[in-house]
Design a protein around this ligand. Structure first.
Ligand SMILES: Nc1ncnc2c1ncn2[C@@H]1O[C@H](COP(=O)(O)OP(=O)(O)O)[C@@H](O)[C@H]1O
Ligand SMILES: [Mg+2]
Length: 354
């Protein structure tokens, strides 16, 4: 049985359809990432699960209990849903200590003061904040504040935690560390975590399952590997990873294969779901790491000769920008390249044609 199940959820806000029938299930020990561009409905979905927005249709069950059912008029208040919520801004009370911030939900539930103290201390210890209970939020680093927000969500032992862009206020280096910390915590505490992010690399790293939202519907859902390696639509292909996008004309299509003409070049690739028709305009997409610099080649299928425009050292690799008639390609390569023309190989199994 799923610990969180959302079925065909629909929400209207200010006269607009914001969620147009979204479903998901989540089990303990799992992270589901709600990924999508700004305005796609991620926060609205999280708030609806928490009982902070009211859908007009659909169902939400938490731990087997129906907390919302549009048709039956069931709508439990937030505090009865047994969820932990980590807000994007942390929303810590500035004039309360760390311990008081974390204790708040226990106090609300009328837990005895000595039990409150023990539970708060245990939670702070488990998050590496054991010695900071007496401090005020402004006396903490950004990373520590973020952990206090997580401690506050976990203190009364919810099964399901909802996190809205929990890492977005941290700088790049801290964000990477916090990502590993959060994943380990979710597995260790055996939580079911629903996490909003707009950052595809964060979703790939931390989630067991990704739901990519686009305009209030799930465009595609799957494991990080499925989302990255087998995008069903152009939107998904472009949202995940770093891509080259080349426009051309579809020349042929058979058996899951397609070919596309770009200027003087004819590229073969994989035809993705619902691709354009033969003769029509289409798009080829290939990841930067899918392109190979193939100097020494002299033509051949899916080889193109382009001029090097500029190069960037990225630390673990180089990124080169090439250009020719009708085609601009970025590629990773493990070293610098001489100026002038280079052969590039765009392997047919790495080219997606939409
Ligand atoms: N209270 C509201 N009234 C009207 N429209 C809203 C309200 N809240 C959010 N929206 C709209 O709903 C859409 C989705 O918002 P949101 O869920 O915050 O997106 P995300 O978190 O994916 O960036 C946006 O277009 C936003 O303007
Ligand atoms: Mg949001």
């Amino acid at each position: 049985m799923a610990d969180l199940a959302v079925d065909d959820l629909r929400i209207r806000l200010g006269g607009n359809e914001i969620l147009k029938g979204v479903s998901l299930t989540l089990r303990r020990g799992e992270v589901a990432a709600l990924l999508g561009p700004s305005g796609s409905g991620k926060t609205t979905l999280l708030r609806a699960v928490a009982g902070l927005e009211q859908p007009y249709a659909g169902t939400i069950t938490v731990g087997g209990t129906t907390v919302f059912e549009g048709a039956a008029g069931i709508n439990q208040p937030t505090e009865a849903r047994g969820l932990g919520f980590v807000f994007q801004s942390y929303a810590l009370w500035p004039h309360r200590t760390v311990a008081e911030n974390v204790a708040y939900s226990l106090k609300l539930r009328g837990i005895a003061p000595d039990v409150q103290r023990d539970t708060v201390q245990k939670t702070l210890d488990s998050l590496g904040l054991g010695k900071l209970g007496h401090r005020f939020p402004h006396e903490l680093s950004g990373g520590q504040q973020q952990r206090v927000a997580i401690a506050r969500a976990l203190v009364y032992g919810p099964t399901v935690v909802l996190l809205d862009e929990p890492l977005s206020n941290l700088d790049a280096k801290l964000r990477e560390e916090a990502r590993a910390f959060l994943k380990e915590l979710i597995e260790r505490e055996n939580l079911a975590a629903l996490m909003v992010t707009h950052d595809q690399s964060e979703a790939l790293a931390i989630a067991n399952r990704i739901l990519l939202l686009n305009g209030g519907v799930v465009e595609q859902a799957g494991t990080p590997q499925e989302m990255y390696n087998a995008p069903e639509t152009l939107f998904v292909a472009e949202f995940m990873g770093s891509n080259n996008h080349i426009e051309g004309q579809i020349m042929g299509m058979s058996d899951g294969r397609a070919s596309i003409r770009i200027g003087d070049h004819l590229l073969d690739g994989q035809a993705r779901c619902a691709p354009a028709k033969v003769g029509q305009a289409g798009s080829a997409v290939i990841r930067l790491e899918g392109v190979h610099v193939a100097d020494g080649a002299n033509g051949g299928q899916n080889h193109v000769k382009l001029d090097l425009v500029t190069s960037m050292f990225l630390g673990h690799t180089w990124e080169h920008l090439f250009r020719g008639p009708g085609m601009t390609i970025r590629a990773h390569h493990d070293g610098p390249l001489s100026s002038g023309a280079h052969w590039l190989h765009l392997p047919a199994d790495r080219v997606w044609i939409f």
